[in-house]
Design a protein around this ligand. Structure first.
Ligand code: PMP
Length: 382
């Protein structure tokens, strides 16, 4: 199988599995227990927290372990909002946030909170002028992704951080797709809170973290004593150890990013050459190195994915979490892409496991399957 769906999830790395196994078999005690095994588990937890903090450039006390990015996002937005002054109760989200995160925006609205969405330009980049206009003295926080999971477009974090800091507004960044793909340092990123998830970086599923700048008030959303009472519930120690191991093995990200960008560029150039009807969204703007969001004429994504399936290539139509239905992606809709074109969107996301052989195999096998369909499409067009 050629796996080109790394933005959906990644395979746990052998080092990650090796680090987790002893926690299941022997180091399974509750890290809050007073006895010897409990104290051992507490040390394991502390060591994992120190590793996460070292790799991500924050202090250990700034790490709150969660069940993943969705929970970290909820904790950040609801927790920062609840801890804000009464005159700051408006919330600003990016309009192309992860589908799950936008559900939170809608839920807040339904409960009476004023929520504004920052629009994007047709190339998927953030409309900074609109962001500046929305950030005012009545805003509690801005919640913005670092990189979009569908287009890969990078958001202007430094510019938005300058706006939020000048206005005394909190900034939460969903860095789920960014961390592990490009270099990231929490202490200098300008955000008050940052979400991440282990399964996007060859770690296990169901574990992630919210990094919260020390001193920033946050109202917990799950009550309990763990994580300094900021997130109650017995910690998922095997998962946390897996997250730390996944971060530790990342290595030199700039070299890997260059390798992956070269593979992505080869893929895009090859597809365009073989199939002139190939359209690539956001290819002229700063993107994640391994994300390619394409359509082949107006061939429906379902048809393309069926052909890819025959070739044993795993890719995605839009975000994995929203695939399965035939609704146009909210990201492309926000970019003013017409529905017929949005329904043709196929996402290839390359990653650590991708080789030049994978790309060449795809380039040799996919165009011959799609070319006749594209000819048919041309012939039947009005
Ligand atoms: N935010 C972004 C940008 C994502 O891509 C994802 C995963 N698709 C999430 C949040 C949710 O992460 P998790 O699966 O860890 O809840």
């Amino acid at each position: 199988m050629i796996y080109l769906d790394h933005n959906a999830t990644t395979a746990p790395a052998p080092e990650v599995i090796a680090a987790m196994l002893p926690v299941f078999s022997s180091g399974w005690a509750n890290s809050s227990s007073q006895h010897g095994p409990g104290q051992q588990a507490k040390r394991t937890l502390g060591a994992a927290r120190a590793t996460v903090a070292r790799v991500l450039g924050c202090k250990p006390v700034e790490v709150i372990f969660t069940s993943g990015a969705t929970e970290a996002n909820h904790l950040a937005v609801r927790g920062l909002l609840a801890a804000s002054a009464p005159e700051r109760q408006r919330v600003v989200f990016g309009s192309v946030e992860h589908a799950g995160h936008l559900k939170l925006a809608h839920a807040l609205r339904e409960a009476g909170t004023v929520v504004d969405l920052i629009p994007v330009h047709p190339d998927g980049t953030l409309d900074l002028a609109a962001a500046a206009a929305l950030i005012g003295p009545d805003v509690a926080l801005v919640s913005l992704m670092a990189a979009n999971n569908e287009t890969g477009v990078l958001m202007p974090l430094a510019e938005v951080a300058a706006l939020t800091q000048a206005a005394g507004v909190r900034l939460h960044v969903d860095a789920t797709q960014f961390i592990g793909k490009l270099p990231f340092v929490f202490s200098s990123c300008g955000a008050d809170a940052v979400s991440l998830s282990a399964h996007k970086i060859n770690g296990p599923k169901g574990v992630g973290a919210l990094l919260l700048r020390q001193g920033v008030p946050l109202q917990p959303q799950t009550l309990g004593s763990q994580e300094r009472a900021r997130r109650g519930g017995t910690e998922n120690l095997p998962g946390i150890v897996g997250l730390a191991a996944a971060l530790e093995r990342l290595g030199d990200l700039s070299t890997e990013a260059q390798r992956i960008a070269h593979l992505r560029d080869t893929l895009e150039a090859g597809l365009r050459q073989a199939l002139p009807d190939t359209h690539i969204w956001s290819h002229k703007v700063a993107r994640l190195p391994g994300t390619s969001y394409v359509r082949f004429g107006q061939l429906s994504a379902d048809v393309v994915l069926q052909r890819l399936d025959r070739l044993e290539v795993a890719a995605s139509s839009g975000a994995a979490c929203s695939s399965g239905g035939s609704q146009a992606s909210h990201v492309l809709t926000a970019m003013a892409v017409p529905e017929e074109q949005a329904l043709a969107a196929v996402r290839f996301s390359l990653g650590a496991s991708t080789s030049m052989d994978d790309i060449q195999t795809l380039l040799n096998t996919l165009p011959p399957l799609l070319a006749p369909l594209l000819h048919e499409e041309c012939a039947t067009a009005p």
